[in-house]
Design a binder for this molecule. Sequence first.
Ligand code: NAD
Length: 284
Amino acid sequence: MTAKLIDGKNFAAQMKKEISTEITTRREEGHPDPGLAVILVGEDPASHIYVRNKRQACNDVGIQSFYYPLPNETEEKQIVDLIHELNQDPKVNGILLQLPLPSHIDSDGLLELINPDKDVDGFHPYNLGRLAQRRPLLRPCTPYGIMMLLDSIQQHYKNQHAVIVGASNIVGRPMALELLLAGCTVSVCHRFTGDLKHFVSDADILVSATGIPTLIKGDWIKPGATVIDVGIHRLADGSLIGDIEFAVAKEKAAWITPVPGGVGPMTTATLLKNTLIAAKNQMK
Ligand code: NAD
């Protein structure tokens, strides 16, 4: 079997078009354009690229982006004050604190200061708690984007074993909550899992998010499985690969995401969607 590709790039482009159309319609009805504030601390080159892409995507669909680049030595108090200010600003519907932050800053503490109504990354304990209780509001972008991709291929969830490799707060854990909410039986593997192959080879839906290149061997994949690769690893020649041994896995899976062009573009599109949702909710 050769798997069909799940084309995240195309799906994300379609989503962006729909978001742009909705913002134009709302503008014509007299609503202000949604606003997203982006806080970037330090000089991490990958973070600078991510932020540039997110701001460009905002621009493409008509979301105003407000940019707060801060030097590496910024004191935590300064970021606390900025978050409080942005929480109060009616032009700002969403606040994004680009991670990772420099090590002298308590990221979790700062994420908790963001008004949950403006938490467009969906990382606030309130929003994660809502997802855990099956009443999601703003949902973490990468897992929510993956759910939209799975829905687009009419993935079945009930009576399906979903295996997630990676248990981070931003991908693995909320992914488990999403798939549980959808009706899957969920297993979560992580660095202390003894026999990874055992779990992976039983997965009807596999989502891998470790950042370890080709950790998942292609011949472990269950025939006919849906395979989602969140991992991003840059090789010396500049090309990107994921967690999964793609060339072999695609001969066993029914559906598979490429890297790049799979999950990555969906994360940004979902951020835009969340910002629009937040803006609409704040009008209520
Ligand atoms: P993280 O480092 O916070 O978490 C990695 C997880 O992998 C941990 O839970 C760890 O226990 C697990 N792990 C490590 N070694 C393992 C092993 N040998 N077997 C099983 N599990 C193991 O990473 P993260 O922030 O969740 O990101 C993971 C990857 O996804 C990275 O490559 C990141 O760049 C990528 N990512 C991509 C997107 C996207 O939009 N495509 C978004 C977020 C993260």
